[in-house]
Design a protein around this ligand. Structure first.
Ligand code: B4P
Length: 182
């Protein structure tokens, strides 16, 4: 399975991606986690990404696409993947389409997690990551509406929408009920 997870910040993409990856036996590839791992190691990529993440802005497309391209060439991605938080812009989506079509592949589904702004603010304030302050969360929500939400139309032919309010287990069940081959 080749899946993309889309949803506003705090929708639970990372939480669900982990559970889905285990069940489907494919790698969970999270751009947010890759940036945070680079930051922890203090790589130039991590140091550059931090500026954007702390402001609630997206890391530039060239940097993000190069990182994902490299990750997708690792051998474990040959059996499928769950892309969590990528693509988030039209140019990222175009790069992914090119990468896949070069290999004669395509996405099986794009899963949208839908949840209101107020619910995610409460979830994220409870988590306490450095980009989880109220101002930064509001900025990330705006960026989602402007840059990422338009992708839902681009992916309309393979979009699966899931209500992301409920227990973690309930939401996983909804995802698997909605996926095309499950
Ligand atoms: P991400 O790391 O992708 O973070 P996110 O969208 O905020 O979180 P997610 O939806 O995964 O929520 P989670 O499961 O963690 O992005 C962070 C930053 O990285 C971006 O702002 C950007 O700067 C940069 N970035 C990432 N990808 C990029 C890209 N492609 N291009 C450019 N820049 C990029 O859950 C959130 C909280 O809710 C957790 O505390 C969790 O425990 C809780 N939760 C989850 N499910 C719940 C449920 N059902 N009920 C109650 N709480 C729940």
């Amino acid at each position: 399975m080749r899946l993309v997870l889309v949803g506003p910040p705090g929708a639970g993409k990372g939480t669900q991606a982990e559970r889905m990856a285990e069940r489907l036996d494919v790698p969970h590839i999270s751009t947010g986690d890759l940036f945070r791992a680079n930051l922890k190691e203090e790589t130039p990529l991590g140091i550059e990404a931090k500026r954007y993440m702390d402001a609630g802005d997206l890391v530039p497309d060239e940097v993000t696409v190069a990182m994902v391209r490299e990750r997708l060439t690792e051998s474990d991605a040959a059996k499928g993947f769950i892309l969590d938080g990528f693509p988030r812009t039209a140019p990222q989506a175009a790069s992914l389409a090119g990468l896949l079509s070069d290999q004669g592949l395509e996405l099986d589904a794009v899963v949208e997690f839908s949840v209101s702004d107020e619910v995610v603010v409460q979830r994220l304030l409870g988590r306490g990551r450095s980009d989880d302050t109220e101002d930064v969360i509001r900025r990330r929500q705006q960026v989602y509406r402007d840059d990422t939400a338009p992708l839902l139309e681009y992916y309309a032919d393979r979009l699966v929408s899931v209500d992301a309010v409920g227990s973690v287990e309930e939401i996983t069940d909804r995802v698997f009920d909605a996926l095309p081959t499950s």
